[in-house]
Design a protein around this ligand. Structure first.
Ligand SMILES: [Zn+2]
Length: 294
């Protein structure tokens, strides 16, 4: 099953819904960053939630989400731009914890919960929108759910999950979000609460081959799908962008790199691609800066 996302409406229960399958893009992130299983689970859950939240944006703004819970995984970040593409990273990819009682990947331990989840939406015009909430458990789903309630006053069920093989390969990843519309009644709420009791983990459903539509239909028989979009892990870095970044560090530093290191290598933090700059490349950048100052 390819990676994709659906959004829909359930008129009979006054809610809107999102569901996604993200197995390939999370495994792609795992390969780029060398993620250990708990890091794959943490970033994978965050990527699913980020992509669904991105599908809520009507204006295709750039959406940057940062989670830092003070745990060993460090800062986690995802960036989306309304086109189904996502890039992201974690501070320390080599973390692996499991819960003793269940053997499940201990995402909350890796992420920590002494910190915040921050969402920035940048339209490129006026001041960017910025919303920050304290983390609840560091398990990601709970934290996004709290964000929707605290920052957008929208009661939401957020379920995200990742299944990792013993070889470290990501074999299933996905999620769903249910958001109550203002017209929702007490009956609608109890219907959803009932359905969520003993609902199977989303990662198991994806692993069984259930599509995002089928997952939603398990909860709401009459869900109406209104949009489908394909999803990808893709970074937009390039040597040109790296060169622009280099030109901001100053002539003195660049000249040191030329004279002492005879070049430099820059790694993109979002995809781990490496860019080599020769002495010649660096001299060109210095020339450009000097000409720019004339
Ligand atoms: Zn990159």
């Amino acid at each position: 099953m390819k990676d994709y996302l659906v959004r829909g409406l359930v008129n009979s229960k006054n809610c809107r819904v999102f569901a996604c399958s993200t197995t390939h893009l999370v495994d792609e992130a795992r390969k780029h960053h060398g993620l250990w299983p708990t890091a794959s689970a943490a970033l994978g859950r965050m990527m699913s939630a980020s992509l669904m939240m991105d599908a809520m944006n009507k204006n295709n703004e750039k959406q940057t989400i940062t989670i830092n819970g003070g745990g060993p995984i460090g800062t986690m970040m995802t960036v989306c731009q309304g086109n189904g593409k996502i890039k992201g990273f974690v501070g320390n990819p080599e973390v692996h914890y499991t819960y003793n009682d269940t053997g499940h990947l201990a995402v909350g331990v890796a992420v920590g919960k002494e910190g915040t989840l921050q969402v920035i939406r940048d339209m490129g015009l006026k001041e960017p929108f910025c919303g920050t909430v304290p983390l609840q458990t560091g398990e990601i789903g709970d934290d996004f759910s709290y964000y929707f309630m605290a920052s957008e006053q929208t009661p939401s069920v957020v379920s995200v999950g990742v299944l990792v093989e013993e070889t470290n390969e990501v074999i299933a990843s996905g999620g769903f979000i249910i958001q109550l519309l203002p017209e929702a009644t007490e009956e609608d709420i109890s219907y959803i609460e009932d359905k969520m009791k003993d609902f199977p983990p989303i990662s198991s459903l994806i692993h069984e081959g259930k599509t995002p539509e089928e997952v939603l239909k398990m909860i709401f028989e009459d869900v109406e799908i209104t949009e489908t979009r394909d999803l990808f892990f893709e970074c937009d870095c390039s040597k040109e962008k790296m060169s622009n970044a280099l030109s901001t560090i100053g002539v003195k530093e660049l000249e040191d790199m030329i004279n002492e290191d005879h070049g430099c290598e820059i790694t993109c933090q979002f995809c781990n691609n490496k860019y080599q700059f020769s002495e010649e490349d660096l001299k060109n950048i210095v020339d450009k800066i000097k000409h720019g100052q004339d």
